[in-house]
Design a protein around this ligand. Structure first.
Ligand code: CTP
Ligand code: MG
Length: 374
């Protein structure tokens, strides 16, 4: 049984305004369309996902979802779904989803597909909580009234039959088309997370709905001081009688910080991502390790919100370079400098750092991650 998902994302987002169509606007750190695309692609019951975009939106899709299959939509949502159906050709079941409803749970998909055993279509609905009135103020009874969401699931042939040669008035969803042609459509329980982003304030509401996790993690690193080496600390070259030895540029501060950032997403440590056994990293500039760790946080829709680094050594004095180090770390992490703290301490001549045999660094990174991972 072949099940496909169609995401309609060919709209202009006129009610929300702005220069970028809403489906490509960043929501909790990633383009809105990417949220439902990830949820549908990851679902084991779905074999294929096709996206319908507007003419000229190809570059936007290319940067949001470079590997997504797509077709071009039409002037109305109905036409866009129709183009998508042509693009799919043949399937047994189809889910049609609005890109403007980013947060799609597997539970809703399960409920919809299960309902297709008994019906031509299934739609998620929520009860209406507000009192309803007409423009004239006449009360409309809300008993038995529901709000309809997407995704909407259909037996593929039932939906195609409804779309081919449609002559009715312009519909706002697919279920009403299938029903008009006599098809059966079941209502299943919807999800408040599926609320559509339609008006400007809906962006903030969607981000609030998803919630955020705040996480902190630490990193620690030591490198040996040696003659004939350059000293790099926090991405800054510091003149000194000795430098740090190691496989890369041995920037102990950036290494500890990289581990802290990786720790916030439980992505192992720097050695896992950049094995010292790999000759590729000989003499490598450690800024790229930190940038890679930051990009992994960004790929999850997360943001680094604060970092704190403590460099432990007797010499050199870090004070004169503190601002340069803060600025460099801020640049690497794309943060403002006030979100980067750099401190230094000695160990009162005690231990290996006190004897000047090496330099140690402790780091803490704090990130904000979307409360839902697609
Ligand atoms: N859609 C589409 N093709 C159209 C119109 C809409 O694929 N010609 C898609 C939208 O991209 C959206 C979904 O249908 O994912 C629901 O439409 P809506 O929320 O109305 O989005 P827009 O049409 O973009 O917004 P507006 O009506 O404010 O312009
Ligand atoms: Mg519209």
């Amino acid at each position: 049984m072949k099940t496909v998902a169609l995401i309609v994302a060919a709209g202009k987002g006129e009610r929300i305004g702005g220069t970028l169509p809403k489906q490509f606007t960043l929501l909790a750190g990633r383009p809105m369309l990417a949220w439902s695309y990830a949820a549908l692609s990851a679902n084991p019951a779905i074999d294929d996902v096709l996206v319908v975009i507007g003419d000229g939106q190809e570059p936007l899709l290319g940067s949001a979802l470079p590997s997504a299959r797509f077709v071009l939509g039409g002037a109305t949502r109905r036409e866009s779904v129709g183009r998508g159906l042509e693009g799919i050709g043949q399937a047994d079941r189809i889910l049609v989803h609005d890109a403007a409803r980013p947060f799609l749970s597997a539970k809703v998909i399960d409920r919809l597909l299960a309902a297709l055993d008994q019906a031509d279509g299934a739609v998620p609905v929520l009860p209406v909580a507000d009192t309803l009135v007409t423009a004239d103020g006449v009360n409309v009874p809300r008993d038995g009234i529901s709000r309809v969401q997407t995704p909407q699931a259909f037996r593929f042939d039932a939906l195609r039959r409804a779309h081919v040669g449609w002559t009715g008035s312009e519909p706002t969803d697919d279920a009403q088309m299938v029903r008009t042609l006599g098809g059966s459509v079941t209502l299943v329980q919807g999800d408040a997370m599926l609320e559509k982003v339609t008006w400007p304030a809906d962006f903030a509401a969607a981000e609030a709905r998803i919630g955020w996790d705040t996480r902190s993690a630490t990193g620690f690193d030591v490198h040996r001081l040696a003659d004939g080496e350059e000293l790099w600390l926090g991405g800054v070259r510091i003149p000194h009688t000795q430098g740090l030895s190691g496989h890369s540029d041995a920037d102990v501060a950036l290494h500890a910080l990289t581990d802290a950032v990786l720790g916030t997403i439980a992505e192992g440590d720097i050695g896992l991502h950049f094995p010292p056994s790999d000759p590729k990293w000989r003499g490598a500039e450690s800024g790229q390790f930190l940038r890679h760790a930051a990009s992994l946080v960004e790929a999850r829709g997360g943001q680094i919100i604060f970092v704190d680094v403590t460099i432990i050594c007797e010499a050199p004095k870090i004070g004169p370079y503190r601002e340069a180090i803060r600025n460099r770390i801020a640049e690497l992490l794309r943060l403002s400098t006030d979100r980067v703290s750099v401190k230094a301490t000695t160990t009162e001549r005690l231990g290996f750092t006190g004897r000047g045999e090496g330099i140690a660094t402790q780091a803490v990174a704090t990130v904000r991650l979307p409360g839902v991972q697609p």
